[in-house]
Design a protein around this ligand. Structure first.
Ligand code: SAJ
Length: 410
């Protein structure tokens, strides 16, 4: 069977860049492609333009020995991997424009025997669309998928902060357009994946990835709904959940200020869009989780009524613990809306960043240290369970009004 000597990875973001680096480390010649020229320059200087544990060190090595090179346009290769964003448009319908642009951009370079893998999280049927876009650009390939070239959907399922470990260790779903496509894709991932490769068709693979994230979203929504019920009934939700979880078959997740990130808060909408009448629980869960920031804001507003000119400190801005990623973060949204809706001094503590995003600094919010916030704030709003916040002494917290959305300061 034909070997993969060169791979072209299109999209060098949170998934594409680590994937490119891991292939390069495994002895494959990798060309990484991104339209962002600044990112390309940074990568070619041996550094990552995103933060991920151990990625800088890995990149430095594979760029220095020439096995990974970034550029702004695709080139010929034995396999192409598309790992571009799939956000949603207004009305929560999936936006496949990046996948379409990436597919059309590689079309001129596809040769006999090539494999094209779609790794981006996509709605059911998107891999078929990718094939159609490719064949539109290349009429000579019409109807040849599974014969003169191969296509598959192999979704990633790595957790930010553990990407380099999980890329290698996790099991992988291989969704071929045909059996032969699945054979080729499995051979590609066997280069570095130590987990099992499970083969299926492309549509099931697409839906499997969406179902994993929808499962988590529904379960977080259950915990978030319990937190509302517990508030109403004057019960400590964290004690409640920890007791319920003593049951051998119960494992309730943790409530919080809402669900953030670019996966769990997005992917369930792709299922709702594909089957709106059937996906009732999935839609309601999204609504429950998206409503949580408003609940937190109301609580803070009520607390400020007790003061004349209170100083409110928001602890954490990232979308989850111990990362620097502020994208689609409920903590960021809450802090921003508090600045817009409250008449108070607002300060923010986020140990993982050096500078506030303009959307917050423009509103007069200042970034400060935990110590300063503990000294100056009247109201503490805990939004992210970062490790340093867990170390704050309970006696210090006892002097303040505390709104703890993560249950670490109980
Ligand atoms: N969250 C809670 N309560 C919990 C768990 C999480 O409120 O008990 C919140 C977090 O604070 C965060 C959001 O949910 O705001 C999402 O965080 P996460 O750690 O659950 O997930 P992500 O978005 O970092 O990564 C997920 C993972 N999917 C699953 O665990 C099913 C990861 O494996 C996927 O690869 C990733 O989405 C992706 O790229 O799709």
């Amino acid at each position: 069977m034909h070997k993969f000597e060169t791979i072209c990875v299109v999209g060098l973001g949170y998934i594409g860049l680590p994937t490119a680096a891991v292939f390069a480390k495994s002895g494959v010649q990798v060309i990484g492609v991104d339209t962002n020229e600044k990112a390309v320059r940074t990568i070619n200087s041996g550094k990552a333009h995103i933060v991920e544990v151990d990625l800088d060190g890995l990149l430095q090595g594979v760029v220095a020995n020439g096995s990974l090179k970034a550029q702004t346009t695709p080139t010929e290769a034995d396999a192409f991997i598309i790992a571009v964003p799939t956000p949603f448009k207004d009305g929560f319908s999936p936006d496949l424009s990046y996948v379409e642009a990436a597919t059309r951009s590689i079309a001129p370079y596809v040769r006999n025997g090539n494999l094209i893998v779609l790794e981006s999280t996509v709605p059911p049927g998107a891999t078929d669309k990718m094939v159609a876009w490719l064949e539109e650009e290349r009429p000579d390939l019409k109807g040849m998928c599974g014969r003169s070239y191969h296509a598959a959907h192999c979704p990633e399922r790595v957790l930010p902060g553990r990407v380099l470990i999980e890329l290698v260790q996790n099991d992988r779903i291989i969704g071929g357009i045909t059996e032969e496509c699945a054979d080729r894709a499995e051979a590609l991932y066997e280069i570095f994946v130590k987990g099992n490769c499970y083969r299926t068709n492309a549509r099931t693979a697409e839906m499997a990835k969406l179902s994993e994230n929808a499962f988590r979203d529904v379960n977080i929504a259950f915990a978030n709904e319990l937190s509302l019920i517990a508030d109403k009934l004057d019960i400590d939700v964290w004690e409640l959940i920890s007791l319920a979880n003593k049951h051998p078959r119960v494992n309730i997740l943790q409530p919080g200020p809402g669900v953030g990130g670019h996966c769990i808060a997005v992917d369930p909408w792709f299922i709702v869009d594909a089957a709106p009448e059937q996906a009732r629980l999935i839609r309601t869960s999204r609504e429950v989780n998206d409503n949580k920031p408003a609940v937190v804001i109301e609580k803070v507003k009520r607390a400020t009524n007790r003061f004349k000119e209170p100083t409110v400190a928001c602890f954490g801005l990232a979308f989850k613990a111990d990362i620097d990623d502020l994208r689609s973060s409920p903590a960021l949204e809450i802090t921003k809306r508090l600045a817009e809706e409250l008449d108070c001094n607002l300060i923010a503590v986020e140990p993982n960043i050096d500078e506030l995003p303009a959307s917050l600094s423009d509103k007069g919010i200042t970034l400060t240290t935990t110590e300063d916030a503990m000294e100056t704030a009247d109201i503490l709003v805990l939004l992210v369970d970062h490790k340093p916040f867990k170390r704050i002494a309970p006696v210090k917290l006892a002097e303040k009004v505390v709104i703890d959305t993560r249950g670490i300061w109980r």
